[in-house]
Design a protein around this ligand. Structure first.
Ligand code: VG1
Ligand code: CO
Length: 543
């Protein structure tokens, strides 16, 4: 065994986006691609000697190979120890949990999350810091800038090691510990939620389907729901991680989790449905014939947080990403706690959670989480809902409609225009930016514009700033249109248009969502010339 120094050259475009570096698998599997990026991470971190690194991924194609490469590179950089999830499996929230619990210096998570996997799909990598959360922008910017000047990387020429059996091995004197990816996480969950009450719920005949979407959350759901909580076998469907996610798009929304939605619409539907994404950090909550929007889910959990033992003491604050509906703001107001508005991406919640300024966080993109880790957490959200259902004995629909009656309903929808021409997408955003100053006071389809800007954020804890985080057009009647370009795609550009309309009157809260939002949808098209600029007459995905 020897450590080798290999000459390399910068590869263009290794810039992490909303959540790490994501590219086509074919790009990632090119010689030097992963190595250059990982070396740039290690160079940015500085001296790694004696430190512990957590390593794992969502099990997608190329995961195992990438893990072997990273192990050999870590060994060449003096890490004392690398903790690897068995079989290379480690959900994003479990990685965050393990980094924190084991006092690791950080972790490398291999995932492109909700993007499809396989040889023709996507692959990704991100670095998480010692607090357990995604590296802040200052770090990802430094990594990117390192990728632009890299000249060599260091790697051990050791043989591949067995990552399928729990135990300890060595590479160049570095300890490699293959651990059970579920155990620490499951133990944390059992401390946060009333497992006895949930066990009784299942024992009483309550039925559920959890769709693992053939991705990483399956093993967690099998162990916790069917194992620790006694849910009948078959509660978890698509529960085995597959390298290509069964050819599906592992994104838990009503479009991509159509199988679950159809099941929940049957006359004999289970009481409760849920799904998670590729790397296990997203969640979709479904009642019988009743989908819960992620923004509502955050608000409902916040309003009822004290039912769960881990949140008995109440919440310090709530944080939501800017495009997420303002349903959580209403709850924060009622609870007398702050509601922070951050840019899209979980990395912006870290400082607020560390400073105890927020306890619950959420994003409209099926992401909910709390201070228990520093990532959004799919299975956690599902357990929180189960705890709530067990504590109240009510149905999902009854809980949500009672919430609307009390706080008002925020009708909400996101329209995605995927794979559009990147130049056209940038033109659309730039044209709209130019129009913003003149929009104030204008009447758009019956809504008077109160504020129109490009969202900028200053972190209240460390003072760091992020500009151009999405265009928001806020109306005097409380409704909003938000437009931004995705930072997780790998082909062309994706335009996301978010719509929100507040309806305080319970008699008006059961309208079809797209109909309720129709005036805003038409207003967005006229102000941003969406059909004209994208060449699309309708969005590719509506959630
Ligand atoms: C999307 C979502 C964002 C989420 C991000 C990572 O980003 O909109 O809310 O944090 O994915 O989620 P974008 O830039 O494509 O809109 V995950 O589960 O893919 O790590
Ligand atoms: Co994800």
């Amino acid at each position: 065994m020897a450590i080798q120094t290999i000459a390399t050259q910068p590869i263009a475009g290794q810039k992490p986006g909303t959540s790490g570096l994501r590219k086509k698998t074919a790009v990632f599997s090119q010689p030097y691609y992963l190595e250059n990026f990982v070396q740039s991470v290690f160079d940015t971190l500085g001296d790694c000697t004696g430190k512990t690194l957590v390593l794992g991924g969502d099990g997608r194609y190329h995961n195992r190979k990438a893990i072997q490469t990273i192990l050999k590179m870590a060994a060449a950089h003096g890490y004392a120890s690398v903790l690897v999830g068995q079989g290379g499996i480690l959900s994003t929230p479990a990685a965050s949990c393990v980094i924190r619990k084991r006092g690791a210096a950080g972790g490398l998570i291999l995932s492109a999350s909700h993007n499809p996997g396989g040889a023709d799909g996507d692959f990704g990598i991100k670095y998480n810091i010692a607090a357990g959360g995604p590296a802040p922008e200052s770090v990802t910017d430094a990594i990117y800038s390192r990728t632009e000047s890299i000249t060599q990387y260091r790697i051990s020429d050791a043989q591949d090691i067995n990552i399928d059996t729990i135990g300890v091995a060595q590479i160049e004197g570095m300890r490699v510990e293959v651990f059970d990816p579920v155990a620490d996480y499951a133990e944390l969950m059992s401390r946060l939620f009333d497992f006895d009450a949930i066990r009784k719920l299942f024992a009483g005949g309550f039925t559920m389907r959890f769709d693992g979407m053939s991705a990483v959350s399956g093993p967690y759901a099998h162990a916790i729901l069917e194992g620790m909580l006694g849910a009948p076998k078959g509660t978890v469907i698509n529960g085995t991680p597959l390298e290509d996610f069964g050819g599906h798009h592992p994104d838990p929304n009503p479009v991509n989790a159509a199988q679950l939605i159809a099941l929940m619409a049957q006359p004999d539907a289970p009481d409760f449905g849920a799904a998670s994404d590729g790397d296990g950090d997203r969640n979709m909550i479904v009642g019988r014939k009743f989908d819960v929007t992620p923004s509502d889910s955050l608000a409902v959990l916040a309003a009822n947080a004290t039912v769960a033992p881990g949140y008995r003491a109440g919440l310090k604050g709530i944080a939501r990403s800017m495009p997420t509906s303002r349903a959580a703001d209403k709850v924060a107001q009622a609870l007398g706690i702050p509601c922070h508005e951050t840019p899209t991406g979980w990395k912006y919640f870290g400082t607020l959670l560390d400073a105890d300024m927020a306890t619950l966080c959420g994003e409209e993109s099926y992401g909910t989480g709390s201070s228990h880790v520093r990532e959004k957490d799919g299975v956690w959200a599902v357990l929180f809902w189960l705890n709530l259902l067990a504590a109240t004995g009510k149905s999902v629909e009854d809980i949500v409609t009672a919430h609307w009656a009390r706080f008002g309903r925020h009708y909400y929808s996101r329209h995605d225009y995927e794979g559009i021409d990147a130049a056209a997408a940038n033109l659309l955003m730039n044209d709209l930016r130019v129009k913003l100053p003149a929009l104030k006071g204008q009447n758009l389809n019956g809504h008077t514009v109160e504020l129109a800007d490009d969202f900028s954020y200053t972190d209240p804890v460390d003072g760091s700033t992020a500009a151009k985080q999405g265009i928001r057009i806020v109306m005097a009647d409380g409704s909003r249109i938000v437009l931004r370009l995705s930072g997780t795609g790998t082909e062309g550009a994706t335009l996301r248009v978010y719509f929100e309309l507040y309806e305080p009157d319970p008699a008006q809260q059961r309208r079809p969502v797209q109909q309720a939002l129709a005036s805003l949808i038409a207003a967005a098209d006229s102000v941003a010339a969406i059909s004209l600029q994208t060449g699309r007459s309708s969005p590719s995905v509506i959630t």
